[in-house]
Design a protein. Structure first.
Length: 54
């Protein structure tokens, strides 16, 4: 994986597509974290807290 900035750019369309496919979802919070760096491979995670609407 590249830098966290690249991860953000690359994951955004996936998140938007998922949200578009689930229009009843109410997003409560979105979090992103990353770790690693010059000595270790970078890793990143995105968490989306949501409620099913209806």
């Amino acid at each position: 994986m590249g830098s966290p900035a690249n991860f953000s750019r690359d994951i955004e369309p996936e998140v938007n597509d998922w949200l578009a496919a689930h229009p009843a979802i109410e997003v409560i919070d979105i979090g992103q974290s990353s770790s690693g760096g010059s000595m270790e491979p970078s890793t990143a995670a995105v968490s989306i807290w949501h409620e099913e609407g209806g």
